[in-house]
Structures are given as C-alpha cells and as structure tokens.
Ligand binder design. Structure first.
Ligand SMILES: Nc1nc2c(ncn2[C@@H]2O[C@H](COP(=O)(O)OP(=O)(O)OP(=O)(O)O)[C@@H](O)[C@H]2O)c(=O)[nH]1
Ligand SMILES: [Mg+2]
Length: 342
C-alpha cells in the first residue's frame, strides 16, 4: 500500500503537466507540502480568533486567521454546530474563563464540559475539543512592572478579588483588561505560591492543552492531512478532466484519514476494544507511523492481522466495533506488506 502523501505528490505533478486549469493550484500545493504546517482559525466574529492567534504566535507552525488545510474552529458553546471537516478540525471552546464566571477553576470546568461533549455528537465533527482562555495567556506575556506590583498588592488582600468592582477600585482598569478577572485571580494565586506568572497562565488558560492537541492531531500526521487538503483543493479545478476520477478514488479509499478518525474515537471513549485499546493506538500510528512504532506492542504483524481480522466477525462486538476493528486490521495488512518487501 503506497501512502497517501506519496500518491498525492504524483497526482499533483500530473495535474501540473496534464491539467492546465488545476496546474496553478497543484503547483502551489507541491510547494506547501514541504513547508511549515499552517493552522487556520475559524469561528464567528468576536469569538476570540485574533487573541488565540496571538497566544499561538512564535510556535513551530504558522497560524492564519481563516480556513486552511487544518483548522481550529472556535465556538462559545460546546453544542454549537461545527460544519467543518472532522479529520482536519480541532474545536476550541473559546473564552472559556467567561463560562465559569471568572472563577479560578473556570477553564478546568470548561475542559471537562468539552471532554464530555467529545464523547457524543461533537466528537463526530472534530478530532478533539479543548477549552481555552487565550486572553490571560497573551496578557501574561505582557505584564509590566506596575502590573507585577498590583499583583503583589492583591496577593495580600484576598477580599479584593471577590468582585470586579472592588478589584478595579483598588488597582485600576489596566490589569483586569489585560488578564480578565479569571486571569487576575490565577495570577495572584501563582504569586502567592511563588510560581512564575506568565508560564503559569499559559498552563491554567488551556493554551498548553491546545498546543498539545495541535501536536498530537495536526503536527504528528501533517503529511497525511496536507496531502488530503491538496487533493480536496484541486478537485473543483479538475472537473471534467480524466485525472478527476483518480483523485476522487484516492480520496474515497485513502486509509490514513480513517485511522485518524478512529484514533479520535478511541481517545474520546466513543469506541473501545477494552484492554486492546493501547495496541490499537499503536497499530493506528498514534505513537509514530514507522512500522517499528506501530508494531511496538503487537510484535508480529501477521499474527496481529489475524487477531484484528477475527474481531471484525466476533459476535461479542457491536457492528461499530467490528467496523473499527476492520480499520485496525487494514493497518496491520499494510504492515504485513511492508515486512514482505523487506
Ligand atoms: N475574557 C476573555 N476575553 C477574551 C478572550 N479572548 C478574547 N477576548 C475578548 O473578546 C473580544 C474579541 O476577541 P478577538 O480575539 O478580537 O476576537 P475575534 O474573533 O478576532 O473578533 P473579530 O476579529 O472582531 O471578529 C476582545 O475584547 C477580547 O479581548 C478570552 O480568552 N477571555
Ligand atoms: Mg479578529
């Protein structure tokens, strides 16, 4: 089984040579496949896109506002319809500090809400969902000496933090505007503990969770996700051209996107093979996509294939579980083929 990025490379080169209407787009994507990953940020006006973009600035991937090959789709409520492509989307429950009224545990509570929704309908529409309060993370990197002095004052006056009005009356508008009431409360707690405020805010704001999710779901499989995006991008321009049918066939039959969907389902708890979940994760490429990494738990690909194939017909499993086992069996089949070539 040739992998999707390699097949895509060949199809794009053919499009450049053989299909003039798609040549420009195909050439553009050939250039992008080797460059840094670009993560788009989408969502309704005012949902917090620009602030999330600032919170992610300076990372190993590019961030752009608008749609791209992979995207963060920002929502204010976990039951908002997403209407984007599930494999290439992480849903961000944005401005999560406001959901819990600015309490110190607001973001952690929002993260639990997001995780619960991922187990249900929301999980079918994305790779995962993360709760993020980007404002305090960004603000924490811009604290001035005056802000630090204000935080030190507040650390010795717990009652001041009970209301926004008291807080403003005591230290003015600048600090609450920069961090939000949640951010001020968390920052004061960090000062009391003697911990570093900027990095503490990045952690407590969910921005670190978002970076981890981008690493797991986008960066680790970026070759596959970009290949798929490239094929989707040239499809409209190929209409009526003989290459069109071939691109469609590759998109419909590609195995890697199925692996990504199943991994997301296992992580969210929507699909489980009981004590075999960890083996399934490995075989599906969650711990690295090299044959060695995929086989780290199973050992022999041939036997693994037989075991997972048996699950696809096992009466102890639901139809959904049998279909999921078939995806793992197919990954094993590819590993058997690799072994046969070596
Ligand atoms: N409390 C809180 N406020 C936030 C957060 N993120 C953004 N905001 C505020 O929400 C407002 C909108 O944020 P933006 O980042 O500008 O949102 P946007 O989606 O880029 O908005 P437009 O470009 O105007 O459509 C601003 O007043 C931000 O300060 C957050 O995590 N917490
Ligand atoms: Mg904006």
């Amino acid at each position: 089984m040739t992998d999707l990025p390699t097949i895509t490379w060949g199809l794009l080169e053919r499009a450049v040579r053989e299909a003039p209407p798609a040549a420009h787009i195909a050439d553009d994507w050939l250039g992008r496949l080797g460059g840094p990953v670009r993560v788009g940020i989408t969502g309704a006006p005012g949902v917090g896109r620009s602030t999330v973009a600032q919170a992610l600035a300076g990372t190993q991937f590019e961030v752009v506002e608008g749609d791209d090959a992979v995207r963060l789709h920002l929502v204010r409520r976990p039951d908002e319809p997403v209407a984007t492509d599930a494999v290439s989307t992480i849903v961000v429950l944005a401005r999560a500090d406001e959901l819990g009224g600015g309490r110190v545990d607001a973001v952690a509570a929002a993260a639990r809400v997001a995780a619960r929704h991922v187990q249900g309908d929301l999980g079918e529409q994305c790779q995962t969902a993360v709760a993020v309060a980007a404002l305090p993370a960004v603000g924490g990197l811009r604290l001035t000496r005056d802000d630090a002095a204000a935080l030190a004052t507040l650390a010795s006056e717990p009652d001041t933090l009970l209301s926004v009005d008291r807080l403003r009356a005591r230290v003015g508008d600048a600090l609450p505007a920069k961090l939000g009431i949640f951010g001020v409360r968390v920052a004061v707690e960090l000062v009391r503990q003697g911990a570093a405020v900027p990095s503490g805010l990045v952690h407590h704001s969910g921005v670190q969770d978002l970076l981890d999710a981008i690493g797991t779901h986008f960066l680790a499989r970026s070759a596959v996700l970009r290949a798929r995006a490239a094929l989707l991008a040239i499809t409209p321009a190929l209409r009526g051209h003989p290459l069109s049918a071939e691109v469609e066939r590759v998109l419909a039959s590609a195995h890697e996107p199925r692996e990504l969907r199943l991994l997301a389902a296992i992580d969210a708890g929507r699909v489980s093979f009981g004590d075999r979940d960890e083996e399934a994760r490995h075989l599906l490429g969650a711990r690295g996509t090299s044959p060695a990494a995929r086989l780290a738990v199973s050992g022999d690909p041939f036997r693994a294939h037989l075991r997972w194939q048996a699950l696809t017909e096992s009466p102890d499993h639901t139809h959904a579980e049998q279909r999921a086992a078939a995806v793992v069996a197919r990954s094993c089949e590819a590993l058997v083929a690799v072994g046969a070539v070596e």
